[in-house]
Design a protein around this ligand. Structure first.
Ligand SMILES: *[C@@H]1O[C@H](CO)[C@@H](O)[C@H](O)[C@H]1NC(C)=O
Ligand SMILES: *[C@@H]1O[C@H](CO)[C@@H](O)[C@H](O)[C@H]1NC(C)=O
Ligand SMILES: *[C@@H]1O[C@H](CO)[C@@H](O)[C@H](O)[C@H]1NC(C)=O
Ligand SMILES: *[C@@H]1O[C@H](CO)[C@@H](O)[C@H](O)[C@H]1NC(C)=O
Length: 277
């Protein structure tokens, strides 16, 4: 049973879509605060922001033994620079611990900007999971001919799903645009956790896009997020750039034990923070 920690109907009504904090706890299994599982969780979650930063946007790891093993995954939206990614994950992890204080499994799609952190007491790497799903829409309605609009929208989603699932084992991310009229354009963004196969990424993205159509058809924008993929579209450009045309990111490698980031990574990060300040 998944329970949204901050359940407010307001979080579904988006004016220009400001994604809200969305920690979702799985209440099927709990641990006690002083348990080894709890300590492992804290240690592992705390290691995520810098490792995701160092690995270019995606990182997985596990720590502990037997019934105390914790598995975790973290990912940032493909168009976010590493420092923004770090800040997003840092707040997301605090939010996860605050809202799911003793649950053995939980996930969050990020505080502020989209990044995702997830942990569980079972391995989930490479496994497509469609629950829980979270969605929202823009209150503006489509005013143009909806038949014509849908045709263009479907065509764009087709292209972006293909492009995203064609990604690599370190990044499955794509954006795309289509003209509605001389003045209007639609913008779409899709991303899978890169541990998914091409087929599973394709399935995940279609499930989220279809979910949008089922619940929010006719609204001028929206998003659906699930444990393995994200989808968002809008009538204005909400992403910064396509990573395929920007700088190369270092490839990520799945971790098997609690990893330590190198001091060179940390130094590079701190220097960049200083430059931004
Ligand atoms: C776990 O804890 C949550 C909240 O503290 C509670 O609602 C839930 O029933 C608990 N689950 C079990 C299996 O004890
Ligand atoms: C991480 O988040 C916490 C809680 O929101 C905050 O107090 C801390 O300053 C953040 N650290 C960085 C480096 O952003
Ligand atoms: C919408 O466009 C379709 C296809 O071009 C057309 O058949 C239909 O009559 C249009 N509907 C309206 C209300 O203009
Ligand atoms: C969309 O419209 C712009 C100008 O309004 C044009 O330059 C561009 O080629 C069009 N794109 C497509 C895919 O038709």
């Amino acid at each position: 049973m998944w329970v949204k920690a901050l359940s407010s109907i307001l979080s579904y009504l988006l004016m220009g879509i400001g994604l809200t904090a969305a920690a979702i706890c799985n209440n099927n299994a709990n641990f006690t605060t002083s348990s080894t599982y709890g300590k492992n969780r804290e240690l592992l979650l705390a290691s995520l922001p810098l490792n995701v930063f160092a690995k270019g946007g995606f990182f997985t790891a596990s720590t502990g033994q037997n019934s105390d093993i914790v598995y975790a995954l973290a990912m940032c939206r493909g168009d976010y620079p590493p420092d923004v990614c770090y800040i997003c994950l840092n707040s997301t992890i605090y939010d996860l611990i605050a809202n799911c204080p003793n649950q053995k499994e939980a996930l969050s799609w990020g505080v502020g900007s989209p990044c995702m952190a997830r942990y569980a007491n079972r391995p989930f790497l490479g496994i497509l999971e469609l629950e829980p799903m979270d969605s929202g829409y823009n209150t503006a309605r489509i005013t143009s001919n909806i038949t014509e609009f849908d045709e263009i929208w479907d065509g764009l989603m087709d292209r972006v799903v293909i492009k995203a699932s064609d990604g690599t084992s370190s990044l499955k991310f794509a954006t795309g645009e289509a003209n509605i009229s001389v003045l209007e354009k639609i913008y779409a963004l899709m991303q899978c956790t890169p541990d998914l196969s091409h087929e599973d990424c394709d399935t995940c993205l279609w499930q989220t896009a279809n979910y949008y159509v089922r619940y929010w058809h006719g609204y001028g924008g929206g998003y659906v997020q699930s444990p393995n993929c994200w989808f968002r579209w809008d009538l204005y450009p909400f992403y910064t750039s396509d990573p395929s045309t920007s700088a190369d990111l270092p490839p990520s490698t799945p971790g098997t034990s609690l990893p330590i980031i190198t001091s060179a990574d940390l130094l590079a990060f701190l220097l960049k923070q200083e430059k931004l300040a």
